[in-house]
Design a protein around this ligand. Structure first.
Ligand code: NAD
Ligand code: G3P
Length: 349
């Protein structure tokens, strides 16, 4: 079997943490993988220098993952086509609002035999309804695309603290190939076939994470947060039952489900957003700029997209937590209303 070459499409907080894992793994598994990992980087200037040059000389993404060394066999490339044209495995790890445009640029210019994996937590909504991000990639590029999601706060993974992740892969064989590429003693990968639920969990938990932050910001403690997690999980399960035929309850007990929900509700950027929404009167855009300095909150966009789906199907009353987070992000509802939403949740009736 010929060696597979790997390209990471994206280089933010998570993309850079994943680059650290992949750079080391391909060297250790050089019978299976090419040693050079290409990483497409959306070019920008940092302290008067190109970020790609900084990464390629200092081997550190000083803007998105400062303080963490990236192996020297990971090469940052600002040209998307040069980075991806020869790849056998494409790893998509961008904020979800950029994925369709990025794929359009790659269309017809990559290997037709390539396989992709999406690490992107979000969904895409258009006039035809909801699509998983892996389906957007699959449709535009015409290649197979799996998903990898879990309780994986990038900073902790980069510090090599133990965690688990879930590879959702409907196609035989590719899941095992991806496991052999990603797994380390501190990053354990389980493969499941219920890919759509894996991806949906990744998108929906970000909305619940904002809710947990709102409860924190209002001064509520661990009991309230536990209620946010439970009610959020119930809405995630109900949503999957309605929108994903064949969704399996067992997937919610993988890392992509309950574990990611717990991690995000305690340590995620979306949780931090919820807290700051309560403690300031700034917009989400302003808070993103101030708090994240170039990184991105995925929860507010997911809340808007899911709200649209619910409205179109007349389901708003069955998902009060998701809907309340959406209105609070828009500043159309007061944060205090979130606790009333928990109090009156249909799960209590
Ligand atoms: N950060 C985490 O802890 C973490 C963990 C697991 C999954 N994820 C998911 O991974 C995905 C990527 O998140 P992240 O944390 O790596 O990103 P991030 O929040 O650090 O986002 C910033 C990235 O977006 C890029 N960017 C800005 N404008 C762009 C454009 N027009 N086109 C393309 N790229 C552009 C920036 O260059 C930068 O690389 C998200 O879906 C997120 O939910 C993140
Ligand atoms: O920081 P968040 O809220 O975007 O969450 C990061 C990861 O998705 C946690 O697994």
């Amino acid at each position: 079997m010929s060696k597979k070459s790997v390209c990471i499409v994206g280089s933010g907080n998570w993309g850079s943490a994943i680059a650290k894992i992949l750079g080391k793994n391909v060297k250790e598994r050089s019978d299976k993988f090419e040693i050079c990992v290409k990483m497409w980087m959306y070019e920008e200037m940092v302290d008067g220098r190109k970020l790609t040059e900084i990464v390629n000389t200092e081997h550190e993404n000083i803007k998105y993952l400062p303080g963490v060394k990236i192996p020297e066999n990971v090469v940052a490339i600002p040209d998307l086509i040069k980075a991806s044209e020869d790849a056998d495995i494409l790893i998509f790890v961008l904020p979800h609002q950029f994925v369709a445009k990025t794929c359009q640029q790659m269309k017809g210019k990559i290997k037709s035999s390539a396989v992709a994996v999406s690490l992107i937590k979000g969904v895409s909504i258009d006039d035809s309804g909801m699509k998983m991000i892996s389906n957007v990639i699959k449709e535009v590029l015409g290649i197979e695309c799996c998903a990898l999601m879990g309780a994986n706060l990038a900073g902790e993974v980069a510090q090599e603290q133990f965690c688990e992740t879930t590879i959702g892969c409907a196609v035989n064989g590719t899941g095992e190939l991806l496991k052999s590429l990603f797994e380390t003693p501190y990053f354990r990968c389980s493969v499941v076939t219920d890919q759509a639920t894996v991806e949906l969990c990744g998108a929906l938990k970000n909305i619940v994470g904002i809710g947990a932050g709102i409860a924190d910001g209002l001064g509520h403690g661990d009991n309230t947060k536990a209620a946010v997690i439970r009610l959020g999980l119930m809405e995630m399960i109900k949503f999957s039952e309605i929108f994903i035929p064949g969704s399996q309850r067992s997937t919610f007990f993988e890392s992509c489900g309950i574990s990611d929900l717990v991690a995000t509700c305690h340590g995620g950027r979306n949780r931090m957003l919820g807290e700051h929404i309560v403690k300031s009167d700034k917009t989400v855009k302003q808070l993103e700029k101030e708090l994240l300095k170039g990184q991105s909150f995925q929860g507010p966009l997911a809340a808007r997209e899911i709200f649209k789906m619910l409205k179109d199907k007349n389901l708003i009353e069955r998902f009060p937590l998701f809907v309340s987070v959406h209105y609070i992000c828009l500043r159309e509802s007061q944060p205090e209303e979130f606790i009333n939403c928990l109090r009156n949740h249909p799960e209590h009736i």
